[in-house]
Ligand binder design. Sequence first.
Ligand code: NAP
Length: 344
Amino acid sequence: MNRRKALIVTGAAAAAGVAVLVAERAVRDRGGPDRPAGVPVGPFGADSTAEEVTAGLDLSGKVALVTGVNSGLGAETLRVLTLRGAHVLGTARTLEKATAACAAAGDRATPFALELTDFDSVVACAAAVRREGVVLDMLVCNAGIMALPQLEQVNGLEKHFVTNHLGHFLLVNRLLDRVVAAPQGRVVVVSSRGYLWAPPGGIEFDNLSGERGEYDPNRAYGQSKLANGLFSLELARRLGRTRATSNSVHPGIIRTNLGRHFPRWKKLLSEVIGWSFMKSIPAGAATQCYVATNPRLAGVSGRYFINCNPEIPGGRMEDAALAAKLWAVSEELTRPWLGSVDAS
Ligand SMILES: NC(=O)c1ccc[n+]([C@@H]2O[C@H](COP(=O)([O-])OP(=O)(O)OC[C@H]3O[C@@H](n4cnc5c(N)ncnc54)[C@H](OP(=O)(O)O)[C@@H]3O)[C@@H](O)[C@H]2O)c1
């Protein structure tokens, strides 16, 4: 990367970080976030941990699929859901990683290989899950990547969009009947407030290769996280006549391996001042565990949660027309793999 480009990328990254912090400050200054009507507000908040928000719940007999269990929030979600008695189908990019991650949970966790950028792997994972013959009470789309420093593509598509959105879109669709068959199945899509970094139009359908214009790691991540939220929104609409629900969450800002591609200055900054705004991993995993399990949320769908509570997101996160278009485009892009579900 030449110096000019490095300066532009660094400046954009700093501005994007400041934008998210300013948005969070604005929420605090307003006296709290705008809440959607009719959605229960619970007793938990930013500091609550995944153990605290699930305390007293008996999840025995329930099955959860969690993607990305070998690291960060996925690992904590696996730990706490199994602690409460659920059986977790834990995915990682290789079976070895998944097996190691599931080992501590003993027979309460079953490992699966899932490489989200390889749609054959997604189909194979879904088929292997189907062979377990279980219904899915929870499907937590957690795995993700952030801020690849250079444009990377998978089959000509920008890699954040493929990994964070398309891979999960395909996985959920291949397993959706298993979620719908559960007494009250829940899809939880781990998005991010970083969706505010998405391009002004939301999803650049005419630039999914990412090749047009200057590549910006935060904008690419932001677009994929907006896609996560819009996917959940449209999925909730489609699940409308079923008992199943879909919601998206922002977990907070947490020091995990997600920042592995950050430039050195950003890693250093988070080391030095991160304590002032970052959550611990147990607190970071709380919102997804809460939304996946809390009995009061049984009928809640198409919502966005932060700090274990519902919030009305800003920007394009509630743009139903954009969500419908994203679904149609995602279907086209994954058509050869979506197929008819092979229940064998
Ligand atoms: N940490 C935060 O501050 C923060 C803030 C907002 C949202 N989030 C969201 O939270 C979720 C969890 O992130 P984290 O913070 O726990 O990060 P993490 O520690 O880096 O964990 C990410 C997980 O995703 C997996 N993964 C990455 N690429 C994959 C691929 N191509 N196929 C399958 N799995 C893949 C990783 O596997 P490997 O380890 O093998 O790469 C890892 O298991 C992400 O969706 C992220 O966007 C995090």
